[in-house]
Design a protein around this ligand. Structure first.
Ligand SMILES: [Zn+2]
Length: 428
């Protein structure tokens, strides 16, 4: 059993100073140092350090790891051309070797950013079969994080192979460490025939899909099928409970009501939206409809905290006032991200309380101004977010970052990644 001593902790609800935390795979006991009795614990002294729950990336694309530094002819006029000229070239040319090394790089960098759970949306055109198993090997078995994986079904791939990869993985893994969703790229890249095929075999597996990331997705749906995206998915009975609908920038009130009715969750990724120049989400629409909203980074970098800040800034910019939306709403979404991941993995994430999984990070932080439960999230966003380097990270009680370092054999693999990226770039 491990005991962290003299730590301050913040779990997005409670802030307490000079505490101890005892854990194995789960948190066993938490209390003030005045009550601490050492019973042969492995003691890690945490004076001047803040302990928090490990962070979650609510929508990630590990395959985008090898986009770093890639220069391609790029002159898109719209979102489809951004996909055609960059992302679909990158993911379409990936094989299992690329998938594995992307997983190691993204996982290691995620751990260094305090990430302990990743919800990934994957595509690799050269090797569909076995790709989710490969991600699981890299992320869950070797790096030691929790992972929720799926393959983006799309008509540009062998659709039967995509379906089989989702089904076999989701049925095989339903543990607190690893689970599957049913991945769909987006409505605009899936024909009626493909959606019908998926609908026949999906049973109750929640879907993970991009929705209205640009207005083109809705425009094409109306033009081709005479209905909006969410209505089309409803007609195919694909709005399964706990489905993860990503972006939703251009949905209307009716669609928002349907999303709430079917108990789906929306994932926002505003940095990516700004990068693609596609617009920003209407948070109040989700709020009015009562839709749970979580936060992802859409594969931009390996941390999630910059996303919290950007969400705050972009909503101020969109509303043209800093008072309609604030850190309180961001905090609500951070908490919702834990609720969502917990519900998919079947475990308790996101609090520092007995019975919760011991997914913890520790980071040096001496508050230079008074800190309490009401302003702790502000300390995170404006004091820690731009330089967020945890000293230790545990996932399920296992130490996956030790004094700023992952295991040396992981770094050996990391050092080989560039070779795999080179091969991928040569193929594109
Ligand atoms: Zn995405």
């Amino acid at each position: 059993m491990i005991a962290l001593t003299h730590v301050n902790y913040y779990d997005f609800k409670t802030y307490a100073e000079d505490q101890y935390i005892i854990f194995e795979d789960k948190i066993i006991e938490v209390g003030p140092m005045t009550d601490f009795v050492n019973q042969d614990y492995e003691v890690i002294e945490g004076m001047d350090q803040l302990v928090m729950p490990g962070l979650i990336n609510g929508h990630h694309h590990i395959y985008s790891t090898f986009a770093r530094g890639l220069i391609l002819p790029f002159d898109p006029e719209n979102f489809q051309e951004i996909l055609d000229q960059l992302w679909w070239k990158l993911d379409g040319s990936q094989d299992l070797d690329n998938v594995y090394y992307s997983g190691i790089v993204s996982g290691v960098e995620g751990v260094k950013n305090g990430i302990t759970t990743i919800i990934d949306h994957h595509a690799s055109g050269l090797d569909i079969k076995g790709s989710l198993e490969t991600l699981k090997k890299a992320i869950c078995d070797e790096v030691g994080q929790r992972g929720i994986f799926c393959f983006e079904c799309s008509d540009r791939f062998d659709i039967d192979a995509c379906i089989e990869e989702n089904l076999s993985f989701a049925k095989k893994y339903q543990t607190t460490k690893t689970a599957g969703l049913f991945g769909l790229h987006a409505a605009m890249s899936l024909s009626e025939e493909s959606l019908t095929k998926i609908s026949k075999v999906i049973e109750d597996i929640p879907i993970h899909i991009h929705i209205a990331e640009s207005h083109m997705d809705e425009d094409l749906s109306l033009e081709r099928y005479g209905e909006r995206i969410i209505h089309r998915l409803e007609r195919h009975q694909l709005l399964k409970e706990k489905s993860l609908l990503v972006h939703c920038l251009y949905i209307d009130e009716d669609e928002a009501e349907l999303i709430a009715k079917y108990k789906c969750t929306v994932a926002l990724n505003v940095t990516s939206n700004m990068n693609n120049g596609v617009g920003l989400p209407d948070y109040n629409l989700f709020k009015r409809a009562g839709i749970p909203v979580i936060i992802g980074n859409d594969g931009i970098g390996s941390g999630i905290m910059p996303e919290w800040l950007n969400l705050n800034f972009t909503m101020h910019h969109r509303d043209l006032t800093p008072v309609k939306f604030g850190l309180g709403q961001v905090l609500e979404m951070v908490n919702q991200t834990y609720v969502y991941a917990s519900s998919i993995l079947g475990c308790k994430l996101g609090r520092i309380q007995p019975g919760y999984e011991a997914d913890l990070l520790m980071i040096p932080y001496i508050p230079p101004t008074p800190m309490n439960k009401n302003n702790a999230f502000g300390h995170l966003c404006f004091g820690l977010a731009n330089n967020f380097n945890p000293s230790y990270v545990w996932c399920g009680g296992k130490m996956i970052l030790n004094h700023y370092k992952v295991k040396e054999n992981l770094m050996d693999t990391y050092r080989e990644a560039s070779k795999s990226a080179r091969q991928l770039w040569d193929r594109i």
